[in-house]
Design a protein around this ligand. Structure first.
Ligand code: PLP
Length: 384
């Protein structure tokens, strides 16, 4: 049976290594019979926007109706806020859906999709699933190497995925660097720029991407309600891009890809400036706390512009991750994203960060053989 199914599935699909999500907190607590903290999926530790939750609750009363799949009011609101037209906005079931829709809209067999090796796995999954050729450029100092990325472009290149800040490394490139990169690209290339952590970045030289969309560049900017707005569970994000391209992408999305509840929550969360302010403040303090704590332990990490840190160890991070899990701290080993010696930890609340740091201090003092014996049967990430 498995054999004959395999024959039905094209090789370029079978070759895809699957996305490995963070372990659900309930699953870990059930298994280990202890309370856990989850610092594994870059979620907002302060929870969802309260205004968003209130709006979602109200919207539930219309749950018997199909939603407005086009998300009229949310697009109207985003367009006004960003200074673009409504047809420059497309709503998706999380920005990850929009990553995939971009590939399915643009890539044909024989085309090339380019991204960085050591970035968000959805880029390579989407390029592969579209049947196109995947071109991966190594990072440089944990950051997107725009120079090398530009050199990797060939006449077959149609699509480039970039993350700014990058997940899982947290590094960013400047608005000037993006401008220099964009002018070097040939006409036929679309850049999908994933700014999932946009709201967290506080550097003045960070991003003018929407301005470039306004000026007619072949650029699609992706943002999400999953991170600073705390609505990851409701699945809603958006693209800002050229109207003609978004119109084609709009044909490919499933008609009711975002729920009315998610749209209502997103609309309200956009105006929840208090929640955004508190979230940014908490993240700023948490980054500082983790940075100081790691430095005190003599553990290296990559300085981050986002709400997470890539912690780099001297050897395979899996035993360490498993030992942390045993102590109720869920973080992600990054081997499957190309960093076998690294752990990605999401910035939590003060107490959660403290729990991570003290668990890390404890497991660092364990002998290697004690670490090796602690595997609780965590799902194995495929080597990549
Ligand atoms: C978290 C994240 C997203 C957000 O995905 P959603 O589907 O909007 O929840 C997108 N891109 C990157 C790089 C991320 O880290």
């Amino acid at each position: 049976m498995t054999e004959s199914i395999h024959q039905l599935v094209p090789e370029f699909i079978r070759e895809i290594s699957p996305y490995v999500p963070g372990r659900p907190i309930e699953e870990v607590e059930r298994e280990l019979k202890l309370r856990a903290v989850k610092l594994a999926s870059n979620e907002n530790p302060l929870g969802p926007s309260p205004l968003g939750v209130e709006a979602a609750r109200k919207a539930l009363a219309d749950a018997h109706r199909y939603p407005d799949g086009g998300g009229y009011y949310l697009r109207e609101r985003l367009a006004a806020r960003l200074g673009v037209e409504m047809d420059n906005i497309l709503i998706g079931c999380g920005s990850t859906e929009l990553i995939d829709i971009a590939a399915r809209t643009l890539l044909n067999h024989g085309d090339e999709g380019v991204t960085a090796e050591g970035s968000f796995p959805m880029y390579y999954i989407s390029i592969r699933a579209a049947g196109a050729r995947l071109v991966e450029v190594p990072l440089r100092n944990y950051a997107f190497d725009l120079e090398a990325l530009a050199r990797a472009v060939t006449p077959c290149t149609k699509l480039i995925y970039m993350a700014n800040p990058n997940n899982p490394t947290g590094t960013m490139f400047t608005a000037d660097a993006l401008d220099d990169f964009l002018v070097r690209l040939p006409e036929g290339v679309v850049v999908v720029l994933d700014e999932a952590y946009y709201e967290y970045v506080e550097r003045a030289d960070y991003s003018r991407s929407v301005e470039r969309v306004r000026q007619g560049r072949k650029l699609v900017v992706l943002r999400t309600f999953s991170k600073v707005y705390g609505l990851a569970g409701l699945r809603i994000g958006y693209a800002v891009g050229p109207a003609a391209l978004l119109a084609e992408m709009n044909k490919v999305r499933s008609p009711f890809n975002t729920s009315g509840v998610a749209q209502a929550a997103a609309l309200a969360a956009l105006d929840d400036t208090e929640h955004v302010r508190r979230s940014m403040e908490s993240n700023r303090a948490g980054l500082r706390q983790l940075g100081l704590g790691l430095a005190a332990l003599g553990v290296s990490y990559v300085p981050s512009a986002g709400n997470f840190l890539l912690v780099t160890l001297a050897s395979d991070a899996r035993p360490m991750t498993d030992a942390l899990l045993q102590r109720g701290v869920i973080v992600r080993p990054m081997g499957w994203m190309g960093f076998p010696n690294a752990i990605r930890v999401t910035v939590g609340t003060r107490e959660e960060n403290e729990k991570f740091l003290s668990a890390l201090a404890e497991v660092r003092s364990l002998a290697p053989q004690d670490l090796a014996g602690t595997r609780p049967g965590a799902p194995g990430g495929p080597a990549r």
